[in-house]
Design a protein around this ligand. Structure first.
Ligand code: HEM
Length: 474
């Protein structure tokens, strides 16, 4: 009996130590708040998620792990962490599309060839503004027409002249932006998704059908035009180029019809809203600080004079205008958490284990407010960029408004050109005032979260011409 008891004890110890040995090594996940069952840490995320995540990173550090419903999410909020995160590998489809964007759609030669479109649209935009001088206008509506016309001419080869057609597209973009920012409970708790408690899935499906129809019409029009001119056909817009690639025998360039549709929509969505809201934020910040406004117009008067508009080639001579744009992008990045990356396999960031399937977010908003990188980070001070060797091309990790690494914005040169000459001419051609003698101090600067982060209340202002009248007629 005694012998049997001793035997049982040693068998138990053997199994215990064997068990310990065979157990997977404890994973060292980044620190983070303890998740609740089902909702994870969603109770800690407010309507402006990048701000909530910023607050959490103050407590848990520059790399932290959260849980959104049942999904693990890792967030990097410092330059050091971001350097490791933005180069995460991504799938072959995106690699392919990205290569096409960079080599075929937005190379320097192609961008230069579209300059005449940007010039024509800029003149039309400024002349249109002139006709609205003296009365309060919603600045965003005018600027978004300018960017929409530029992008649709470059991508689709035409302006959506018909008012209802362009309104339809704008509504689709607004709905897409809204739905992108919502928290769909079913995505986080997949087993109740079929209930569609908030009705978002229904709205997403309706939007998908509308955009699909829009893109189908565009593609069919382009295909018909190609067939009409089959021999001497010269591609004139991005859809033409994509259709040409679809016929390419080289499998590295080949594209399906669905890919063409989705690239076309990504370019329209990515191009229109981001340039518009950056300009709206820049003008809002300047209206709040009239002395910075004066500094900008002083530079424009000194370098350009009052007898002509500003051309793209003038921009390098306007360092203060460039600084206003960088400072706006630092304080109001259009995509504060960048595009989410997915860890495709188990990996390590520093000493931390990141599990396969974890979503990786980069909080560029936090980096833009990091007091170790920026003096008085909550203040709009364009002059901080004067004489500083920094740009927004994805190499300076303290300032990443276009992202960085493998998923960096493919349209960044075009986006910058639209903002630089658009904003410079808005400031050069018009004096701007808030309506009804509003005190700049009272201008509300609240944000709203969607696909991008625009002003909650669109900026309304009154413009007056600043240049000789003959310059405003097209
Ligand atoms: C002020 C102008 C713009 C800003 C601030 C901006 C910003 C961004 C950012 C932050 C990303 C995500 C990058 C990342 O996660 O690393 C992005 C992606 C993208 N942008 Fe832009 N963008 C601008 C203009 C444009 C324009 C003009 C186009 C095209 C005509 C464009 C097309 C795209 C597309 C297609 C993507 C998705 C790329 C992907 O998911 O891999 N953007 N943009």
């Amino acid at each position: 009996m005694k012998y049997g008891k001793r035997n049982a004890t040693s068998t138990f110890l053997l199994l215990f130590f064997l068990g310990l040995y065979l157990l997977p090594h404890r994973l060292n996940h980044p620190p983070g708040p303890k998740p609740w069952p089902i909702i994870g840490n969603l109770n800690l995320i407010g309507p402006l998620p990048y701000r909530s995540i910023h607050e959490l990173s103050q407590k848990y550090g520059p790399i932290m792990q959260l849980r959104f419903g049942s999904f693990p999410v890792v967030v990097g909020s410092s330059v050091e962490m971001v350097k490791h995160m933005v180069w995460a590998p991504y799938g072959p489809y995106w690699r392919h599309v990205r290569k096409i964007c960079l080599t075929e759609l937005f190379n320097t030669k192609r961008l230069d060839s579209y300059e005449y479109i940007r010039v024509e649209e800029r003149h039309a935009f400024l002349s249109g503004l002139y006709t609205s001088c003296g009365k309060p206008i919603t600045v965003k509506d005018h600027f978004s027409n300018f960017t929409l016309n530029n992008i649709t001419r470059i991508v689709l080869g035409k302006k959506l002249c018909d008012e209802s057609e362009s309104k339809k597209l704008k509504n689709m973009l607004d709905e897409g932006s809204f739905l992108n920012g919502v928290l769909n409970i079913g995505d986080l708790i997949p087993w109740i998704n079929f209930l569609d408690l908030q009705g978002y899935v229904k709205r997403m499906k309706a939007l998908r059908n509308k955009t699909d129809l829009f893109l189908k019409c565009e593609l069919d029009e382009h295909i018909a035009r190609r067939q009409d001119h089959s021999k001497e056909f010269i591609p004139k817009d991005i859809v033409d180029i994509l259709l040409q690639l679809a016929d390419d025998p080289n499998p590295n360039l080949k594209l399906s019809r669905d890919s063409i549709k989705s690239i076309t929509m990504d370019l329209i969505v990515g191009g229109v809203e981001s340039s518009t809201i950056t300009t709206e934020w820049a003008l809002s910040e300047l209206l709040k600080q009239p002395q910075k406004f004066e500094q900008a117009t002083e530079e424009l008067d000194r370098v350009i004079g009052r007898n002509r508009w500003i051309e793209e080639k003038d921009i390098p001579k306007l360092p203060y205008i460039k600084s206003i744009i960088y400072e706006t992008m630092r304080m109001h990045p259009v995509s504060p958490l960048l595009a989410p990356r997915l860890a495709r396999e188990n990996c390590k960031i520093y000493e931390y284990d990141i599990g396969q399937g974890t979503q990786v977010l980069v909080n560029v908003w936090s980096i833009g407010r990091d007091p170790t990188l920026w003096d008085a980070p909550n203040e709009f001070r364009p002059e901080r960029f004067l004489g500083r060797d920094i740009d927004v091309g994805g190499q300076h990790f303290a300032l990443l408004p276009f992202g960085s690494g493998r998923r960096m914005c493919p349209g960044y040169s075009l986006g910058l050109k639209l903002i630089e000459s658009g904003l410079a001419n808005l400031l050069h051609g018009f004096t701007w005032k808030l309506p009804n003698h509003m005190n700049p101090f009272d201008l509300n600067m609240d944000e709203v979260w969607g696909l991008t982060v625009p002003r909650k209340n669109p900026l309304v202002a009154v413009a007056q011409p600043r240049l000789p009248i003959h310059l405003y007629t097209v």
